[in-house]
Design a protein around this ligand. Structure first.
Ligand code: PEP
Length: 255
């Protein structure tokens, strides 16, 4: 079975002027062990305006830099948008797609993600595709139906031999920014289901694909969640704004 290297990604959301990004990156680098001794890959998902600052300061450190959105088209009448090629040119390595906050506030749809995910891959970006159910959906017993739909649509146009190049973040919406973390069992169950969905396309890809948990992860709860066999890391929002917390969560991936 292929080894899946844990991945801890901090999502700054709407935080991070260039001055804040500078201070943050310098501090983070003092807290993380050298790349070769890290138990997990570490990444930062930052606003567009902080990308170049982070890329410059983190160069050679092994810390990945991701954008928080992109458009599927390369060019055209899409005012306010940024393409995959523009991100790659800027030195960005990865991009968060379908975060629930974008789905909720900015009209991000599964249909658009169906184009964005392969467009990111084609340009050389690693997409982090976010999926997850609302509290009402979970209570109605609809969690699996929701995940089947989101994974089915989001990965539909990705060739089987590229599936493992996608990172999926399972983020139950009721756990994002609420302090209400999913129990380790619950995270394991949902993530194992995501992996089974991918296995129905390609068992080989499902064994290599990394699926992260997201939703109120903190240093205090990270060890238990990351210890689950199918949980390959975490997408961390609020707690990632403190570099110390992010470094502790990355250390927790060692078990
Ligand atoms: C997120 O931003 O994806 C997230 C999971 O946020 P938080 O850790 O604050 O719940």
């Amino acid at each position: 079975m292929p080894e899946r290297r844990p991945y801890i990604a901090g999502n700054w959301k709407l935080w991070g002027t260039r001055a804040q990004a500078t201070e943050y990156c310098r501090r983070l680098l003092t807290l993380l062990p050298e790349a070769s001794r890290r138990p997990a890959d570490v990444g930062l998902c930052v606003p567009f305006t902080a990308l170049d600052t982070c890329i410059e300061l983190l160069q050679g450190s092994g810390v990945l830099v991701a954008a928080q959105n992109m458009h599927a088209e390369e060019t055209g009448a899409f005012t306010g948008e940024v393409s995959a090629a523009m991100l790659v040119e800027a030195g960005v390595q990865s991009v968060v797609l379908g975060h629930s906050e974008r789905r909720q506030h900015d009209g991000e749809t599964d249909r658009a993600l169906q184009e964005k995910v392969p467009a990111a891959l084609a340009a050389g970006l690693q997409p982090i595709l976010c999926v997850g159910e609302t509290e009402a959906e979970r209570e109605a017993g609809d969690m699996q139906r929701k995940l089947r739909h989101q994974i089915g649509e989001g990965l539909e146009e990705v060739a089987d031999d590229r599936l493992a190049d996608v990172v999926v973040a399972y983020e139950p919406i009721w756990a994002i920014g609420t302090g209400q973390v999913a129990t380790p069992d619950l995270a394991q169950e949902a993530i194992a289901f995501v992996r089974a969905l991918v296995a129905s396309r390609s068992e080989e890809a499902a064994e290599s694909l990394r699926v992260l948990y997201g939703g109120s992860v903190k240093p205090e709860n990270a060890v238990e969640i990351l210890a689950q066999p199918d949980v390959d890391g975490a997408l961390v929002g609020g707690a990632s704004l403190d570099p110390e917390s992010l470094a502790r969560i990355a250390a927790a991936a060692a078990g």
